[in-house]
Design a protein around this ligand. Sequence first.
Ligand code: C2E
Ligand code: MG
Ligand code: MG
Length: 657
Amino acid sequence: MQVAVHWLREYLMRNYTDVVQGIIFATFTTWLVFRGCRPRVRVRKWILAFLTSYNTAQIISGITYLYVIGRFSVKGTLMDFLTATVCLLYPLIPLILLYQKVIGAEGPAATFLYALFFISNCLSMVIAETALQRMLLTVGLSLLLICFFWKEAEYILFQKSMLRMDRRFQMTSLAFMALIGAEAELPRIVIDGGTDFAGAQLAYAVSIVGVLLLALFMTFMKFNFFAIMKYENFIREHDDDSITNARSLSYLLEHGRDLIKNGADTGKSFAVFYTDIGNFRDINMMHGYDAGNRILQRAADALIAQFPDGIVARTSGAHFTGIVPLAYAQNGFDAAAREIEELSIDETLCLRAGICPAFPAAKEENDFGISERIVSQIDLAASALRYMPDSKSAVRFYDEDLRRKEEIRLHVLANVDKAVSEKWLRVYYQPVVEVKTRRTASYEALSRWIDPVYGFLTPDRFIVPLEEARMIYKVDLNVLRSYGREVQRIRSAGRRALPISFNISRTDLESGIDIYAEIESILSEMNIPKSLVHIEITESALNGDSLIMPQAVSRFHEMGLEVWMDDFGSGYSSLNVLKDYRFDVIKIDMEFLKRFDGRSKVIVRSICQMASALGIRTVAEGVETEEQYTFLKEIGCTYAQGYLFSKPLPPEEILTV
Ligand code: C2E
Ligand code: MG
Ligand code: MG
């Protein structure tokens, strides 16, 4: 006991500067990091910080130095210098690691804070001539550095910054500590040895170098921080959406991660969503971008208000995405949709949301993995939007059925060429019967995709995706080529082939390929007479006011092909279409026969009469009963097509006269 007290007194007499500085260090740490904490925590942290301060480092390095010198009888100035420097620096490593634990910060932050005090202490040792001077200088320099780097210290501790993570930044702090620490050993070893004139001169020189090193440290670090803080603040400012109160995508990814992780702990489920506001573009077009922005702001506010526990971000235009509690998703979006509908100016604004339940984070999953998953779930939520139900609900969940549809869609897009070359794409033919004689006059060629993995795919599975991707021409040209092969087969059997009508999509004309030249070359290559091929264009393809469709109709006519209008009556401007285009045949949409009540009969009868007056032939689609057939005979419809006569069938069984 007495020995300990004696040692402590001795130590304090010699090293009271280090103790005082340890006190400043602990107070600074507690104030900076644990200001808001309970007193007990603060006291504990204060003690721990004091224990990890440079004071402890000094004790360890002093003991080690004495031990090494005694044990290995170090000789010569250089060796002494090197030994002292190593002894001075090595305890810093474990102490900084401990300090890092105490303040709960990453290595670079802890090292930087530690360096401020270490440097003050070492430098005072170089410059001061008496113990009192050293004490005053240490305290003064520590306070100077604290004030000078206060903002930076708070920044590196509390802001999300690359400085907190960056090992190179940590190395810079360590390098300065090593430089200034080594320099602090110089006076004792080199100069204190003699009091002659050269020694005093050298002492001044060393002091000046020390001050220069300090200035270098301050300037360098200040500038380093300044540049990075400025850059990071810039990014942060732009982290939120600039127009609405919604967040940015990068914010969503970073904080969404935490939501999902916490959700895994608390058992709360979340969902990723992606929205679209139907008719929003019209507002920008008709009322200008300011009006559009105001609507976006209010739409964002509506979403944020519905989901206070979630994150709402805007990706672009009228698309919002984010993470919301799954349990409240349906009601929340329905409510937001009603609010947004009220913002409509002319056309009704309708919010639609695709929703993908977010799988809870697995224990071993890292942040990067979760962010990646959020991105892919945003994609899934967006793809749910494609399959929006017609019902009133604003929401479509990404479920198993949708997953399969989407899987097939992507499979189709990726494999269309293979489907053609491997003959997964087959052409089925459905008879178009002359009503008067009930004899087959021609066939409609319809594509089928018989997939090795997904089996038999009907057109609704592959036509729309391929139209959207402007690749449907591959399917349409395949129809013509297959028909060409059938014609050759029939001819070589010495029989005569019947004509076909085949469907082309509007996007065939907009895909950047010359569809006319392609058709022309297949016809001539395969030696198919033009009288055997009719083009079907659906009425809906004629919507829009571009000149493409009228040009197409006349181009096909010039080529010597008949042009048939498909699904007549399914659109809203059927009569205009009749006025503006010269079709050879119109195919009456099967909806009319499906209904087959008094009104629809009147309509079908009038269409047939009007068409015949204009010299246009008619096809009734979807004929399924004898009753319908008799009616068509009675009203003078030219052709009929439907299950009553035959389903679409593979070519082996039909096509010949
Ligand atoms: P569409 O051109 O109007 O073809 C008629 C559709 O009605 C065919 O459906 C046919 O199978 C079906 N159908 C025929 N008779 C009856 C009937 O009595 N009752 C009922 N309920 N349905 C009948 P499918 O083959 O599923 O084709 C659907 C649509 O896909 C076609 O409508 C056409 O627009 C498009 N399509 C089919 N093949 C191709 C193609 O090769 N290229 C392009 N661009 N579109 C195609
Ligand atoms: Mg058709
Ligand atoms: Mg049709």
